[in-house]
Every structure is written in structure tokens, then in C-alpha cells.
Ligand binder design. Structure first.
Ligand code: FES
Length: 226
């Protein structure tokens, strides 16, 4: 589907935010997903035009990162971390419960287009493992039953809030935030809690400090090697 003039204007707006046009490629791809629900060949072409790179270069970025989807997904993206910490603490059981509830497997959407399930990699949220994300908002310390409850509440149209962020909107809205972060929601929820700061508290109690950064090694040259 051809890319609209409005979308192209927004792509140009993103390019103008970065010192080098190609640096805007990743937010541009998120913007496309927020508007079109996927990254299409026409969308990749529009990004390439705006960033001044070849379609092959833009395709390389779009096909490397799993957050970029080359086919339509669903209203809500459900990610379940199954990396080491989350896996050890029950991430696979959470994934299995959700797969059974939704009747889909990895990277599949439900027939009604409401949910889309994906095994995901570490979200740097291991403090609250096992972690699941809904439209990239965190749900911390989930269990199989609490994860299914989140999906049930969303399916009933109830308001569901991230355990440390804003009320869940939908995947496309989150994708727009990844392109244009000024959504006014940065102050929502409780982004930092005592569990996250526990290590810092122990370090302070014990008077521990990080080692200093060593001076850079001298540049090799005639004097340094003499
Ligand atoms: S291993 Fe799951 S958030 Fe790090």
C-alpha cells in the first residue's frame, strides 16, 4: 500500500531529530508499525528515501531486529521472557499457560486479532523475573495464573495497568511512543522500587564503591615503543 504524504512528513520529522539521517531508521520503522501495523516493502522504501540509504540497507535493519514485524500482528502484543533468569523462575510455565489460554504458539496471533504471543529475550528487567510485557509495558513477577488473568481482563475490555508503568493502550500506541517518546506517560506508575535498589542499598551499607576508570593506554607510536 502506498505510503501517505502524512506518513512521509512524519518520517522527515524523525530524520530532522538526528545528526545523521540514517540514525532515524529504527524510530522510523516503529512509526510505520504504529501507522500500518507492520513494516511493508513500500514502508521500507519510504524509510530508505527519507534516510538517504538504499532499500537494501533499510531492509537489513528491518529484518535483523525481531521487534519489526513483516506481517500484521494483533491489537495486543504479549511477550514472555524465557531467558536465563526468567526461565529459571518460571518463564516457560508462564509462556505455556498463555499459549494454552490463547490457543497459539510463538509469534502467532489469535484468530480474532486480539492477541499475539511471542517468546522474547531478556528485557533487562531480571530483578522482577519472571517478566512478561504487554505492548512492551512490563508486568513484573508474573505467575501462570496472573499472566492469564491479565489476558482475560484485556479480553473483557477492562483497564489493565503495567506493574511499573502506565495503563495498557495497544501495540500500535506503544510503537508510536518508540518513534516519538513524548507521550506524556513517563511519570506514570512506579518505575523504581526497593527491590531494584536493593543492591545499591547493600553497597552503601558496606561502603562499597565502583573501581575508578583507568587512564587510557598511551597511543602506540615511536616514543611509546622506544
Ligand atoms: S532474563 Fe528475563 S528480564 Fe532478564
Amino acid at each position: 500500500m502506498p505510503i501517505s504524504d502524512s506518513t512521509r512528513e512524519q518520517l522527515d520529522e524523525l530524520v530532522a531529530r538526528y545528526p545523521r539521517p540514517r540514525s532515524a531508521l529504527m524510530p522510523m520503522l516503529h512509526l510505520l508499525q504504529s501507522i500500518e501495523g507492520e513494516v511493508t516493502p513500500d514502508g521500507i522504501g519510504a524509510c530508505a528515501d527519507a534516510a538517504g540509504v538504499s532499500a537494501a540497507e533499510a531492509t537489513a535493519v528491518a529484518s535483523f531486529y525481531t521487534m519489526y514485524k513483516r506481517r500484521p500482528g494483533a491489537t495486543h502484543h504479549i511477550g514472555v521472557c524465557v531467558n536465563t533468569m526468567c526461565g529459571l523462575l518460571g518463564g516457560d510455565a508462564v509462556y505455556d499457560a498463555l499459549a494454552q489460554r490463547l490457543g497459539v504458539g510463538h509469534d502467532q496471533a489469535t484468530e480474532d486479532g486480539a492477541f499475539w504471543l511471542e517468546r522474547i529475550e531478556c528485557q533487562a528487567a531480571c530483578t522482577h523475573a519472571p517478566v512478561m510485557t504487554v505492548d512492551w509495558e512490563f508486568m513484573d513477577d508474573v505467575t501462570p495464573s496472573s499472566a492469564v488473568d491479565v489476558v482475560d481482563r484485556l479480553a473483557r475490555g477492562e483497564e489493565v495497568a503495567s506493574t511499573r508503568g502506565p495503563v495498557i493502550r495497544d501495540w500500535r500506541a506503544s510503537e508510536r511512543t518508540l518513534a516519538f517518546p513524548e507521550d506524556g506517560l513517563a511519570g506514570e506508575g512506579t518505575p523504581v522500587d526497593a527491590k531494584m535498589l536493593a543492591g545499591l542499598a547493600v553497597a552503601k551499607e558496606r561502603g562499597m564503591a565502583a573501581p575508578g576508570v583507568p587512564d587510557p593506554a598511551p597511543t602506540a607510536g615511536p616514543e611509546a615503543t622506544a
